[in-house]
Design a protein around this ligand. Structure first.
Ligand SMILES: Cc1cc2nc3c(=O)[nH]c(=O)nc-3n(C[C@H](O)[C@H](O)[C@H](O)COP(=O)(O)OP(=O)(O)OC[C@H]3O[C@@H](n4cnc5c(N)ncnc54)[C@H](O)[C@@H]3O)c2cc1C
Length: 248
């Protein structure tokens, strides 16, 4: 069985976010990049499937050379191969087109992605991959089991859970629950040494057309200073709620 795990390279969750070029571009300077947390759940699940079902795992990222450390980390954790599509992703569609093209040329049984990237939060790439390739797609997956050629998944729905059965190949977008945070793997020295001999292939993009373009980014308003008023000073409370917070 062949599993493709799609890894998005995102700013560390503690990063201070800034923009350049008239607030039209994300300022990457001084930012530490990590594997998108939703993708890390998927990578760990793929590792578990490898241990129980003997799968081959390929990790793929669409990005320039700066994304290679996350692919090396995936190899050190246990992925068998890594692929970097040499394209600076500018929108969800172009990212999906590149990944779908790779899948077309290198068939996989399960394509695992995260539910969303934590930077641009598009929640679009896995659905687009499945549409381009005419494959079934299960989103928000919190459990996955394989039985011969069929796959049983549980996904979160509003106020509950749904159990789904499907045939492979399939696109599955995972989240926490697929594995628990305590299951996430940290590369050990042996893994890091082995990763040096594993292939990291660079594939040129097939099409760099983008349909959407960011014009401007805006940060959320800074939290205003907290105002304390005397208990019982109802007149001041109403005045502030009405005239400053403008909520009544
Ligand atoms: C309007 C817009 C403008 C952008 N502009 C820029 C820009 O100028 N420069 C820039 O560097 N980026 C830019 N990006 C981000 C970049 O295009 C993203 O990698 C891509 O859009 C996917 O982001 P998403 O939020 O749609 O992913 P989602 O659909 O939320 O991601 C879901 C899953 O898809 C997979 N996935 C997503 N992206 C990748 C990837 N690159 N490689 C492999 N798997 C992936 C992951 O498994 C991820 O968990 C932009 C994104 C948007 C929407």
């Amino acid at each position: 069985m062949k599993i493709l795990i799609c890894l998005s390279c995102v700013p560390d969750t503690t990063s201070k976010i800034n923009f350049t070029d008239d607030d039209s571009k994300f300022d990457k300077s001084g930012i530490q990049f990590i594997i998108n947390p939703y993708d890390e759940f998927g990578l760990t699940k793929a590792m578990m499937l490898k241990e129980t079902n003997g799968c081959e795992i390929t990790a793929i990222t669409v990005g320039d050379v700066s994304v290679e450390p996350i692919l090396r980390k995936a190899l050190a954790i246990g992925a068998d191969k890594a692929v970097r599509i040499n394209h600076d992703p500018k929108d969800s569609y172009s990212t999906a087109v590149e990944i779908a093209s790779y899948i077309k040329n290198n068939s996989f049984d399960i394509i695992i992605t995260g539910r969303e990237s934590i930077d641009y939060n598009g929640c679009a790439v896995p659905g687009m991959i499945s549409e381009i390739l005419n494959l079934p797609f299960v989103n928000a997956c919190i459990n996955l089991e394989i039985n011969d050629n069929s796959i049983k998944m549980i996904r979160e729905i509003d106020g509950g859970k749904e159990t789904i059965q499907a045939q492979m190949p399939i696109v599955v977008a995972g989240q926490k629950g697929l594995v628990e945070e305590s299951d996430l793997r940290i590369p050990n020295m042996r893994g890091i040494m082995q990763a040096r001999n594993k292939p990291l292939n660079i594939v040129e993009p097939i099409n760099t057309t983008v349909f959407t373009q960011s014009i401007k980014f805006e940060k959320p308003k800074e939290k205003e200073e907290c105002k304390l008023i005397d208990a019982g000073n109802i007149t001041e409370l109403i005045n502030l709620l009405k005239n400053e917070a403008k909520v009544i």
